[in-house]
Design a protein around this ligand. Structure first.
Ligand code: PLP
Length: 437
């Protein structure tokens, strides 16, 4: 009689039965959502949502009923009227790979705790390096999200360009990184975590196309120098999150070469264009970056979190955390591609490589070209439709599938228009038929 509940919980036949029920549920969900037969979102305010889940806690409910309730209270990213944030629709095969990873729970910190996943991580990383246009010396790995990847890249930049051993001695001089005003907030956050302070984040205004104004690189660099601040890196956005516009990566690369600075590209969203024959020109110059970040959970149909951090030179892929964890490995300095925890902030890591690999194995990388090109085409189509409407205003011709527009009413000033647009967006959210941000 002892442990009978545990035995039941681990029972493989129960798993099979529940699995079939869950797959049916998800297939129905995908069917309804892709056909637009349900709302994108069933809006409840946070207090209402919390209350209904508090009630749920005491409810007699099968796992399938619970999962159905979660589906009914979650936003449907596969819905054709979901036009919101950047996290993308996942391919079913990659979702199954995620389930596989969840059952295996292979932690991947060291080789034998995820042998297949570790080898596959090298394979998919090599595919990304090649696609990005990097040479033989390049290397990289996967990590949990663009935020963590950007922090890791900036740590590498600091180690390569500060000129002192900050890992051992801490900061002994004022350092700074230059980045556009429009860059993702995680760059600012990472630098503050690293102790750069407000002076260490030099934000450059954008030009009229809302990309980093490259004419300001030199004067801002010289001004920092006069103030005793050592600039170590420039971060380009490909594209920035709010307007979806790509920075001029070629120009930033040339500036960084001139002053021996680290060039990092935050391509979390739009690095995926390296797969698009039609749009890869947008990221021209990305192959000159010392490091880049690409989120597979944004534009490459992979379940979150799945992020690539790529380095032009393999030295930087290994040198970041020169810390001893002797119970794991004998020599930190030895470059072992298969012990990934040497190179990431994570110790235990999700089996993200398998999700990405399952897509490539099943459909080839051509499916990424098809998806990214289609999404960016849709951006252009929407822009055209907006321009045909008198009461809508397009903010900028879009580079990507992110575009900004608003409703216009003659005679209204900007603040009133902004609050009117805010109210429209709130009403759309509460109706739930359409999702827009
Ligand atoms: C989404 C995004 C991030 C953050 O990545 P997460 O995977 O959400 O942590 C960083 N930079 C850009 C440009 C992004 O679009």
């Amino acid at each position: 009689m002892t442990h009978s509940r545990l035995r039941e919980a681990f029972d493989p036949e129960n798993f099979r039965t529940l699995g079939h029920e869950l797959i049916d549920l998800l297939a129905n969900y995908l069917n309804q959502t892709t056909a637009g037969k349900r709302n994108v979102i069933n809006w409840k305010d946070p207090a209402g949502q919390l209350n209904s889940w508090k009630t749920n806690l005491n409810l007699q409910q099968s796992p399938a009923e619970l999962f159905q309730e979660i589906l009914d209270n979650s936003i449907s990213i596969h819905h054709p009227k979901y036009v919101g944030h950047q996290v993308g629709p996942t391919l079913p095969v990659a979702a199954f790979a995620d389930l596989l990873g969840a059952v295996l729970n292979n932690g991947m910190a060291i080789y034998e705790m995820g042998a297949a996943g570790s080898a596959i991580e090298k394979i998919v990383t090599d595919i990304m390096l090649k696609q990005a246009g990097y040479g033989q010396n390049a290397d990289g790995f996967m990590t949990s999200g663009g935020t963590l990847a950007n922090l890791t890249a900036l740590l590498a930049a600091r180690q390569a360009k500060a000129g002192t051993d900050i890992w051992t001695e801490g900061h002994t001089q004022k350092l700074a990184v230059m980045v556009s005003d429009e860059a993702h907030y995680c760059v600012d956050r990472s630098l503050r975590i690293m102790g750069f302070g407000s002076d260490g984040i030099i934000k450059l205004p954008v030009n009229k196309r809302f990309s980093l104004d490259v004419n300001l690189l030199e004067p801002c660099f010289q001004k920092a120098k006069r103030n005793g601040i050592k600039v170590i890196a420039v971060v380009g956005s490909a594209p920035s999150t709010a307007t979806g516009m790509y920075d001029d990566l070629e120009a930033i690369a040339a500036f960084c070469r001139l002053h021996d600075l680290w060039f990092h590209v935050d391509a979390a969203h739009g690095g995926a264009v390296i797969f698009s024959n039609k749009y890869k020109h947008l990221a021209k110059g990305i192959e000159k970056a010392d490091s880049m970040v690409i989120d597979a959970h944004k534009m490459l149909m992979t379940p979150a979190l799945s992020t690539f951090l790529l380095f032009r030179s393999n030295i930087h892929s290994y040198a970041n955390f020169s810390q001893k964890a002797q119970y794991f490995w004998e020599k930190q300095e030895k470059e072992e591609w298969f012990n990934y925890a040497k190179r990431t902030l994570e110790c235990t890591k999700l089996l993200m490589s398998v999700k990405f690999y399952s897509i490539i194995k099943t459909y080839g990388t051509g499916v990424f070209d098809e998806f990214v090109s289609r999404q960016y085409d849709l951006g252009k189509i929407l822009a055209k439709k907006i321009k045909q409407r008198q009461n809508l205003e397009l903010f900028l011709e879009p580079d990507s599938n992110i575009l900004c527009f608003r409703y216009l009413k003659p005679g209204m000033d900007d603040p009133s228009l902004n609050s009117l647009n805010g109210a429209i967006r709130k009403e759309l959210l509460e109706q739930g038929e359409f999702y827009i941000v």
